[in-house]
Design a protein around this ligand. Structure first.
Ligand code: ATP
Length: 905
C-alpha cells in the first residue's frame, strides 16, 4: 500500500514519493510491465478530432459558385423541357463533386501519412537501457530523458534537472521560458508555477533533465484542453489560392460574356430564346475551368506523396513551390553531407600519436603506438583519456544481431568505443565512477563537462569539446607520467591542423582533480583550471549519394554551401571531398563577426564553406543571401536553429538528428537526414510547379477552344459546328480525365539541368498567354475547317457536327501529349510512351468518343451519326498537323530562349 496520499498532486510530492506512487524506479520499467501499462492506459496520443460525416463532406462540394451557375442552368433547361441538356449538366455537376470528394480524400490521406512520419520520439529508460521510442508508446512510470530542443512527450515529474528551461506558451500563454527544478512545489501552485513538472507539448529550450511520466494521452494537461490541437492543415498554397481566385474572376467574366451574348442574340439577332440559352450555357460550361482547383489540389497531393517517398516530408505546403525555385542550399555537414557514423582513429597525448583500430562502434580493438599494442592499464595518461571519453559521454553501446549499435550522439558512441578499446572493459568502461553533475554540450560554448566520483573518495572533472574551447580552459597538460607540465598551445594547434586537414573531426580532452566534497559543477570550476589530456581524431566519411546530389544541384544552377560548427580545416577537407565549388576559401564564425552587413552579403555569396559557426551566424547568412535576391534553403537541427529555419525561404530540419523545435520551425523535414533528399525535394518541387503549369496550360486553351467555337459561330452568324449539348459532353468527358492525367506527370527530363525559376515569376507568363491564344485559335480554326470541309462534301449537318466534335477531342488529346514536355521535345519515345494514368485516361476518352459516335442510343440523344473510316483518318491527321504546328512553334521558342534541352533526353 502506498504511503503517499493519493490525492496529493505529483508536483507537491518528492521525487521518491512520485516513483513510489507510480510503482517504478529510477532505472525505468521493464518491457513486460510497460506492455501491461500500455494495455491499461492506451497509447500516449491525443484523441483524434471527430471527422465530418462523409455525406456532409460530399455535399460540401456543391457549395461553390461555379456549381451554382451550373445548377441554375439545369433548372432553366428543365423549365424549357430540354431534358437531355438538364441531364448532361447535372452529370457535369455530380462528376465534379465526386472528383472533388475523391481528391479531398486523397489529400487527407497524404497529410495523414505525413503526420505519422513526423510522430515525435522520446528517449526512455526501459530494462535499464536508454532507448528511443515512438512517444505514443510512453506509459505512466516510464523514465524519460529530455534535452534542449525536445517537445515534452507526456506530463512528467522531474527527477533530475540541469539548467532546464521550458517554454510553456502552448499551455500558459507565457512565452518567456521558465526554470525547472526537482524541488516539490506548493500543492496549490498554478500550472505555470509547477516548476517540478514538465507538461506534454511544451518545449525544452535549454538544459537536460530526467523525469518520470505521470500522465499520458488525454490525461495530460494539454489533453484536457480539448480541441486545441485539432486544427487540420488544408491542402493549399499561395499559387493554388491565386489560381482559385483567378478561376472565380474568369467565371464572372465568362458569365458576363454569356449574358451579353444572350442579350445580343435575342434583341439584335432575334434568335429563339431556348436555343440561345443553350448556347450561353454551353459557352459558360465550356469556358469555366470548373475542374481546375480540384486538379491543382491533386497535383499538390501527388507532389507531397512523391516527396515523402523520397524522405522529404513537407510540413508547410507552400514550401513545395518555393523548393522549385531554390537557388542556394545551405547545408550543415555532420550527418547531412557526411554519414555521421564516426570512428575514432587517432589519439594524441603526452607527445605521442596512437592509432586506433576497430570496426564501427565495437568497443573492442587494438590501440597501437607505432608497431606496439598499448593498454590503458599500463599508462596513466591513457587511463585519463579513457575516463574522459567514457564518462563525459551520454551515449550507450549495445550488441544487436551481428554488430554493435549506438544509442545517442554517434560521436559520443565512437568515443565510448575508444574507451572500451583502451580499457578492454567492453561497452561500459570506467563503471566504478558515477556522475554527480554535468554541464551539457551547447554549440555556444562547444564543450561538455562532467563531475564524477568513485567509491574511494576521489572526485574528478572531465571535459571534452572543440580544441580551441577546451584549450582556452586549460592551465597545463599531462606529461608522459601523467604529471602536469606547462601547456604548449603551439604544439596542440599544429596537431589539430594536421588531424583536421585530413578531414578528421578533432576533439580535445581535459581533466581536473577536485576534493570529494565537490558535488556541484559550475563553469567557474573549469576556467583556466583544467589539465589537457590530449586530442582524439574521428573520421566521418562523406555520403557517396551526397557527392552525387551536390553535382546534380550544381548542374541545376543551385549553389551549395556548407555551414558547420566544425573546425575550419576539417570543413575544408570534407568540402573538397564532397565537391563543393569553392572549398579552399573558408570563413569562420569569428571572421563573419568582423563583417558589416554589406560585406557579409558579398562574402556569403562568394564563399561556400563556413566553419565554427553558431546558429546566429546561420541567421545572418540567410538574411545576407536573401538580400542578394537568392532563394535560400537552409538546414538545421538544434533548438537554436529555429530562427534561421524560419527565416529561410525553405527551412529544412533533420528528422532523425533534429530537435522537435527545429522540426516545428521547418517547412520540410528530412526523414533520413541526407543531403541527397534535399536535391530530390528540389527536383520534386520543380516537377510539381511544372505540373501545375501543365495543368493550366492544358485547361485554359482547351476550354478556350471549346468556348471560342460557339462564340465565333454566334457572333459571325455562322451555323454551329458543334451543338451546345455536344460541347457539354466534351467538357464532361475530357475536363476531369485528360486534365487530371497531368497531375501525375513524372519529372520531365532535364529538369535538374535548368537554372532555378525566378522566385517571383508569375504563373501566367507572357509566353503562356501567347500559347493559350495560339492554341485557342488553332483549335477554333481546325473545328471550323473540318465542319466546312464536311458540309462542302455534301455531308449531312449531323455528320459534319459529329466530325467537328471528334476533331475537338482529338486535338485535346494531341495537345495533352504536347504539353507533357514543356521544356524539351515531345518527339521522343519516352514522351510518347507516357504514363499508365495518361493511357488510362486516353482509353476512357477514346471509348467514350466511339460510343457517342457509333452507338445508336447516344446518337439519338446527342444528334451524332457514324463517321466513315476515311473521314475518321482525316480527323486524326488534322490532330497530327496541329501537333506538328505547336511543336515547331515550341522548338523555335526554346531555340530562341537558349534553353533547348534536347541534350537532356
Ligand atoms: P554541423 O554543424 O555540420 O552539424 P557540428 O556537429 O560540428 O557540425 P556543432 O554540433 O555545433 O556542429 O559542434 C561544434 C563543435 O563542438 C564540434 O566540432 C565539436 O568540436 C564540439 N562538439 C560537438 N558535439 C559535442 C559533444 N557532444 N561534446 C563535446 N563537444 C562537442
Amino acid at each position: 500500500m502506498s504511503s503517499v496520499r493519493n490525492e496529493t498532486p505529483f508536483h507537491a510530492l518528492t521525487a521518491e514519493q512520485v516513483l513510489e506512487r507510480l510503482q517504478t524506479t529510477a532505472a525505468g520499467l521493464d518491457a513486460a510491465e510497460a506492455a501491461r501499462r500500455r494495455q491499461q492506459y492506451g497509447p500516449n496520443r491525443l484523441p483524434e478530432p471527430p471527422q465530418r460525416h462523409p455525406l456532409l463532406r460530399f455535399l460540401a462540394h456543391f457549395h461553390n459558385v461555379l456549381i451554382y451557375v451550373l445548377l441554375g442552368a439545369a433548372v432553366v433547361t428543365a423549365l424549357l423541357a430540354h431534358w437531355v441538356d438538364t441531364g448532361v449538366i447535372l452529370a457535369v455537376v455530380v462528376i465534379n463533386a465526386v472528383i472533388g470528394f475523391i481528391q479531398e480524400g486523397r489529400a487527407e490521406q497524404a497529410m495523414a501519412a505525413i503526420r505519422d512520419m513526423l510522430a515525435p520520439r522520446a528517449a526512455v529508460l526501459r530494462d535499464g537501457h536508454r532507448q528511443s521510442l515512438d512517444a505514443a508508446e510512453l506509459v505512466p512510470g516510464d523514465i524519460v530523458l529530455v534535452e534542449a530542443g525536445d517537445r515534452v512527450p507526456a506530463d512528467l515529474r522531474l527527477l533530475e534537472a540541469r539548467g532546464l528551461k521550458v517554454e510553456e506558451a502552448i499551455l500558459t500563454g507565457e512565452s518567456v521560458p521558465v526554470d525547472k527544478s526537482v524541488a516539490p512545489c506548493p500543492e496549490d501552485a498554478a500550472l505555470g508555477d509547477r516548476s517540478a513538472m514538465l507538461f506534454s507539448g511544451t518545449l525544452v529550450v535549454a538544459g537536460t533533465g530526467r523525469a518520470v511520466v505521470v500522465a499520458t494521452g488525454a490525461n495530460t494537461e494539454i489533453g484536457r484542453i480539448s480541441g486545441m490541437l485539432s486544427r487540420v492543415e488544408t491542402l493549399t498554397t499561395p499559387l493554388v489560392q491565386q489560381m482559385d481566385s483567378f478561376a472565380r474572376w474568369l467565371s464572372a467574366f465568362i458569365l458576363l460574356v454569356a449574358a451579353s451574348l444572350l442579350l445580343y442574340g435575342y434583341f439584335i439577332r432575334h434568335l429563339p430564346f431556348g436555343e440561345l440559352f443553350m448556347v450561353a450555357v454551353g459557352l459558360s460550361v465550356a469556358a469555366i475551368p470548373e475542374g481546375l482547383p480540384a486538379v491543382l489540389t491533386i497535383t499538390l497531393a501527388v507532389g507531397v506523396q512523391a516527396m515523402a517517398r523520397r524522405n522529404a516530408i513537407v510540413r508547410r505546403l507552400p514550401a513545395i513551390e518555393t523548393l522549385g525555385s531554390v537557388s542556394v542550399i545551405c547545408s550543415d555537414k555532420t550527418g547531412t553531407l557526411t554519414r555521421n557514423e564516426m570512428v575514432a582513429t587517432a589519439l594524441a597525448a603526452a607527445g605521442e600519436v596512437y592509432a586506433v583500430e576497430g570496426d564501427g562502434y565495437a568497443p573492442e580493438g587494438t590501440v597501437w603506438l607505432g608497431q606496439a599494442p598499448v593498454r590503458a592499464i599500463e599508462d596513466p595518461v591513457l587511463i585519463e583519456a579513457a575516463r574522459a571519453t567514457a564518462l563525459c559521454n551520454d551515449a550507450a553501446l549495445y550488441q544487436a544481431g551481428d554488430g554493435w549499435r549506438a544509442e545517442g550522439d554517434p560521436m559520443e558512441a565512437a568515443l565510448l568505443a575508444l574507451a572500451g578499446k583502451l580499457t578492454g572493459e567492453g561497452p561500459q568502461p570506467c563503471a566504478e565512477w558515477t556522475r554527480t553533475d554535468a554541464i551539457p554540450f551547447d554549440s555556444a560554448h562547444r564543450y561538455m563537462a562532467v563531475l564524477v566520483h568513485d567509491h574511494e573518495g576521489h572526485a574528478r572533472i572531465y571535459v571534452k569539446g572543440a580544441p580551441e574551447a577546451v584549450l582556452a580552459l586549460c592551465a597545463d597538460q599531462l606529461g608522459a607520467g601523467a604529471e602536469p607540465v606547462p601547456l604548449d598551445p603551439g604544439h596542440w594547434h599544429a596537431q589539430v591542423e594536421q588531424l583536421a586537414g585530413a578531414g578528421q573531426r578533432v576533439l580535445a580532452l581535459a581533466m581536473r582533480a577536485v576534493p570529494q566534497e565537490h558535488t556541484v559543477l559550475n563553469t567557474a570550476d573549469l576556467d583556466g583550471r583544467l589539465t589537457l589530456i590530449g586530442l582524439v581524431g574521428l573520421i566521418d566519411p562523406p555520403r557517396p549519394e551526397a557527392i552525387e546530389a551536390v553535382a546534380e544541384c550544381h548542374a541545376a544552377g543551385i549553389r551549395v554551401k556548407m555551414i558547420t560548427g566544425d573546425h575550419a580545416a576539417t570543413a575544408r577537407a570534407i568540402a573538397a571531398q564532397i565537391g563543393l565549388r569553392n572549398s579552399e576559401r573558408v570563413l569562420t564564425g569569428n571572421d563573419l563577426e568582423t563583417l558589416d552587413d554589406a560585406a557579409l552579403a558579398d562574402a556569403a555569396v562568394e564563399t561556400d564553406v563556413f566553419a565554427r559557426t553558431s546558429p546566429e551566424h546561420k541567421l545572418r547568412l540567410v538574411t545576407a543571401l536573401q538580400a542578394r535576391g537568392l532563394t535560400v534553403a537552409m538546414t538545421g537541427d538544434g533548438v537554436n536553429d529555429a530562427p534561421a529555419l524560419k527565416r529561410a525561404d525553405a527551412g529544412i530540419a533533420m528528422g532523425q538528428r533534429g530537435s522537435e523545435a527545429a522540426k516545428e520551425a521547418a517547412d520540410l523535414v528530412l526523414a533520413d537526414d541526407n543531403f541527397a533528399s534535399i536535391a530530390a525535394a528540389v527536383r520534386e518541387g520543380r516537377t510539381v510547379y511544372d505540373n501545375i503549369k501543365k495543368v493550366i496550360s492544358w485547361t485554359l486553351p482547351t476550354n478556350g477552344g471549346e468556348a471560342g467555337t460557339l462564340l465565333l459561330a454566334l457572333l459571325a452568324g455562322l451555323a454551329l459546328p458543334i451543338t451546345p449539348l455536344q460541347i457539354l459532353w466534351v467538357n464532361l468527358i475530357t475536363a476531369v480525365t485528360l486534365g487530371l492525367a497531368l497531375a501525375f506527370e513524372p519529372t520531365e527530363p532535364g529538369t535538374m539541368r535548368r537554372p532555378p525559376r525566378p522566385r517571383h515569376e508569375p504563373l501566367l507568363t507572357g509566353q503562356l498567354v501567347w500559347q493559350i491564344v495560339l492554341t485557342t485559335a488553332l483549335v477554333v480554326a481546325a473545328v471550323f475547317g473540318i465542319y466546312s470541309y464536311a458540309t462542302d462534301r455534301g455531308h449531312s449537318e449531323a455528320l459534319a457536327q459529329t466530325m467537328a466534335l471528334n476533331t475537338l477531342v482529338v486535338l485535346e488529346i494531341f495537345y495533352l501529349f504536347f504539353i507533357r514536355r514543356m521544356h524539351s521535345t515531345s518527339l521522343t519515345w519516352a514522351a510518347v510512351r507516357a504514363t499508365p494514368v495518361m493511357w488510362g485516361c486516353l482509353l476512357a476518352v477514346t471509348a467514350a468518343q466511339f460510343a457517342i459516335t457509333y452507338l445508336a442510343p447516344l446518337q439519338g440523344v446527342f444528334g451524332t451519326t457514324a463517321i466513315p473510316f476515311w473521314d475518321g483518318v482525316l480527323i486524326v491527321a488534322v490532330g497530327a498537323v496541329f501537333f506538328a504546328l505547336v511543336e515547331v512553334e515550341k522548338q523555335m521558342r526554346l531555340a530562341l530562349s537558349g534553353r533547348n534541352d534536347r541534350r537532356a533526353s
